[in-house]
Write a protein that binds this ligand. Structure first.
Ligand code: FES
Ligand code: FES
Length: 861
């Protein structure tokens, strides 16, 4: 029992509990986000007697007499200032970390009204942000400090919402002030809690499941097993190979496989009940890596399969073998890149409830409501109309929220047990279950002539796709097709294999396979430059693909192709670093926007004028933090001339919003953007001389198919993707500390719809891949168990980023869709690692071919 003050009110707590639980569950102060419950992420920060403190750490009994402030308790002026400052700085993306950031900022500014940049970064060192790279959050804190000192809000840089303007994102206020609802912020009357009992062994046969003791526990609503699934047991993004629940007699695929689903009235009972479900196993030998998977007589991850091979890709043009044989210089190297955990700040969560008409309503945090609908309706054996899905705010995804994780379990409980239920992953479950970035082993050979012109590239890629296919096939394909790099040469041959193992599954992750093979191609080019005696910049400039040129995949690229512009943009920084004798490294990349390779790639958008006389945007495209809503509003302002204040962006749902595919492959700005533009054209046809009030009830629908050719199409110049983004990044090291003093990242984005958002994507992608190159680890032990916790993943903190991250947005119109916009989400993370590796080679003289790099001051000794 304790009595303390929360946001100015005295409160008494009977039951001793973690402060976060009391604030969220009893006081409904949902700005206090639960990102890990283990003191590692910082999303739960509150002020206790003026000091920023993680609310998941102290228990309420220890807080007698304390004064606690959450974001809800800030004054109206403080809320206004932080909202303006974070909006103006472009500091908000998914928003899950933001209330915690605001609390840490307030903790600083209350005692230090004029902090330095370093002091601001230090103040948020315990707040992880996976989206922004911290740069703009620090900018936002410093701007807020200035406004507090001056006592008045400045005018925003712009309030013109046309394409190309740096407007504040439309979701800044709800994310800064914490009233925007993520799934975990949903509390329904009578809501129960659900969770899966997971396998104790990576590979074992389930012999029996006994739930009798769990069912006898008061407060338990039910325990479900595979036999309770009314429809199809298997879900899966492309291949339906993921069992919703493992049945008796079946073999588990990894430690995250679910054996039973428990539903209880409260979380404590749920945790007790899970331990009471007794499962007997016959433990079987596991497959730990692709080498074991490929061995003769290897145990089979899928017992009825012929082998553990999940995907095989072969891409070839010209004659790489011959070209390399005839090349003046040839380099062959072996590379490896690790698993990477997405570490989005919002753990997976879904809320489901039965509706009166026998339907199931699902509130989700994922990368496509329509994909979730297809998966869950099939599993429940329901028609699509009987299952509805709506996105809440999505606290980051980066590819890790494309597969089913909690959604199907929540839907099953709600449908079978007829109760509203929340299924939320613990951070440890999140780290175990959602598919990771594939670890890959790669063998690359490159041949160049005496001028450094690439003659041919050959490669082999082996990928560990873990327990399930997920997006293993397309990731391997993209790894192979993009291994050529953004260069104009003809002879290219690459073969790739993805193997099932009993490790956690691997799937989509920002970069989608290209992050891995780009490291190889770019590293070889850097080595080749040294052999030829030219700079890494010069060898790129000589080989760069230019408008009208032909890529190694045969595609003729368009006027929007801007690789050379990105090289030109970094050149002053590169030359200055060389002149100063600094170690500087460079990497380039290309990345498709859109799914491509002949697959259906639809963007769809519906604009409806509703009773409020506003134009509402409905699209099945999920906003996972990248700012899609703001992009679409800017497009409508530009294409239809509607005022910003008359446009409302609706979150994705499945019953009004048309399916616009997954938020994946840097596709939504371009594909859904073009669908939105087409809807605007239809609106314009009837808008002439009218106002929105005259159009109430009318709908305007746009759709766009990004049409491409399949791999291996029998045409001389196949269109593999409707567009590519291009980038050059450089890394400059500090002579004194050996750490990175500046990253410069120049990105060709076609037409930048909102340059402020583009910069945020670049900064975030660069810092994420600094982790990939230098610090992040996802170790898996001999039992196929990932051993990392959120706090040991090696994520960069605000006070560890380089003093300068220079984002350069190259506006190069030319694409005749979506106002010329090319997606930017993924490419921001691709050239970073080779640039960093090259910089460290320049400093140490030792070239590394395996990530994360070990010969740097960032490496754990
Ligand atoms: S929820 Fe408290 S630090 Fe992560
Ligand atoms: S905005 Fe910080 S985690 Fe997404």
């Amino acid at each position: 029992m304790a009595t303390f003050i929360v946001n100015g009110q005295s409160v008494s707590v009977e039951k001793n509990q973690k402060l976060i639980r009391f604030l969220r569950d009893e006081l409904n102060l949902t700005s206090v986000k639960d990102g890990c419950s283990e003191g590692a992420c910082g999303t739960c920060h509150v002020l206790i007697d003026g000091k920023p403190t993680k609310a998941c750490v102290p228990s309420t009994d220890k807080l007698e007499g304390k004064n606690i402030i959450t974001v809800e308790g800030l004054s109206a002026w403080e809320k206004e200032v932080y909202t303006f400052a974070f909006g103006e700085a472009g500091a908000v993306q998914c928003g899950f970390c933001i209330p915690g950031m605001i609390i840490s900022a307030k903790g600083l500014l209350d005692v230090n009204p004029d902090p330095t940049r370093e002091e601001a970064a230090f103040a948020i060192r315990n707040n992880i942000c996976r989206c922004t790279g911290y740069v703009k959050i620090i900018d936002g804190i410093l701007l807020a400090a200035k406004i507090f000192r001056e006592g008045k809000l400045p005018a925003p840089e712009t309030d013109d919402w046309q394409i190309g303007q740096r407007v504040h994102r439309l979701d800044v206020a709800e994310k800064v002030q914490g009233f925007g609802a993520f799934c975990d912020d949903v509390y329904l009357d009578g809501m129960c809690y659900g969770s899966a009992v997971r396998s104790e062994y990576a590979r074992a046969r389930v012999l029996s499941i006994d739930a009798s003791e769990a069912l006898a526990l008061p407060g338990v609503v039910g325990v479900l097993t595979a036999k309770d699934i009314p429809g199809k047991v298997m879900v899966g993004h492309i291949q339906k190979d993921q069992p919703t629940l493992i049945d008796v007699g079946e073999i588990t695929h990894y430690l995250g496989d679910s054996v039973a689903l428990v539903c209880a009235r409260d979380i404590e009972t749920l945790e007790k009940a899970k331990k009471l479900v007794k499962v007997e196993y016959e433990v079987l030998p596991a497959v730990h890596n692709p080498e074991e998977a490929a061995a003769e007589n290897a145990p089979l991850v899928f017992e009825h399969a012929e082998s553990n091979l999940q995907a095989h890709k072969y891409v070839s043009r010209g004659n790489a073998e011959e070209a390399i044989k005839n090349a003046k210089y040839v380099i062959r190297r072996e590379f490896s890149t690790p698993w990477t955990e997405h570490a989005f700040l919002e753990p997976e969560c879904a809320v489901a409830y039965p509706t009166e008409d026998g339907c199931v309503m699902l509130l989700t945090s994922d990368q496509s409501t329509h994909t979730t609908l297809h998966e869950c309706a099939a599993m429940l054996g329901l028609d699509h109309e009987k299952c509805k899905v709506q996105n809440m705010l999505v606290g980051g995804g980066f590819g890790g929220k494309e597969d089913m994780s909690v959604q199907h379990h929540a839907a099953l409980i709600a449908y079978v047990l007829k109760v509203p239920v929340k299924v939320k992953f613990s951070r440890q479950e999140s780290i175990l279950v959602h598919p990771k970035r594939h670890s890959m082993k790669m063998d690359f050979t490159m041949g160049c002539d005496e001028n450094g012109i690439i003659q041919g590239v050959k490669a082999k890629v082996i990928s560990d796709t873990g327990a399930f296919a997920s997006l293993g096939g397309p990731v391997l394909e993209r790894a192979c097709t993009h291994a050529a790099g953004p260069y104009a040469y003809e002879n290219f041959e690459i073969e790739g294999w993805a193997y099932y193992t009993n490790n956690p599954p691997a799937g989509a992750f920002r970069g989608f396979g290209v992050t891995q093979t780009c490291f190889c191609t770019e590293t070889l080019l850097n080595e080749m430059a040294d052999i030829i005696g030219i700079t890494p910049w010069e060898i790129r400039y000589r080989n760069a693909i230019r408008p009208g040129g032909v890529l190694p995949n045969g595609q003729i690229v368009g006027e929007e192709t801007g690789l050379v512009e990105t090289l030109d943009a970094v050149k002053p920084y590169y030359d200055a670093a060389l002149a100063a004798g600094d170690a500087v490294g460079l990497g380039c990349a290309m990345k498709n926007a859109g799914v491509g390779v002949g697959l259906p790639d639809w963007g769809r958008c519906k604009l409806i004028v509703e009773e409020d006389e506003k134009l509402h945007i409905y699209t099945g495209a999920s906003c996972i933090g990248q700012g899609l809503g703001t992009v679409l509003v800017q497009m409508i302002v530009s294409f239809a001339g509607i005022k910003r204040s008359d446009i409302i962006y609706e979150r994705s749902n499945t019953w009004i919003a048309p399916d616009s595919g997954d938020t994946s492959g840097s596709r939504q700005t371009m594909v859904t953007g073009e669908a939105c533009r087409r809807a605007c054209l239809k609106l314009n046809e009837v808008l002439e001389g009218k106002t929105l009030a005259d159009l109430v009830g009318q709908e305007f629908y746009g759709e766009y198919l990004a049409k491409t050719d399949p791999l291996g199409a029998e045409v001389p110049n196949p269109v593999s993707h409707v567009a590519y983004g291009y980038a050059t990044q450089i890394c400059i090291l500090d002579k004194e500390t050996g750490r990175i003093k500046q990253m410069v990242a120049a990105h060709d984005v076609g037409k930048a719809i909102n340059p402020l958002s583009c910069e945020g994507q670049i900064e975030g992608g660069v810092v994420m891949s600094m982790g990939y190159a230098l610090t992040e680890r996802y170790p898996i032990d001999e039992n196929c168990k990932p051993t990392a916790k959120y706090g040991t993943l090696g994520l960069f903190r605000a006070n560890q980023i380089p003093p300068e991250i220079t984002a350069i947005v190259i506006d190069k119109p030319g694409l005749n869709i979506a106002g010329g916009a090319i997606g930017i989400g993924e490419i921001t993370s691709i050239p970073t690692a080779p640039a960093i590796a090259d910089a460290y080679f320049r400093q140490t003289g030792e070239r590394e071919y395996h990530l994360p790099l070990v010969n740097t001051p960032y490496a754990k000794k």
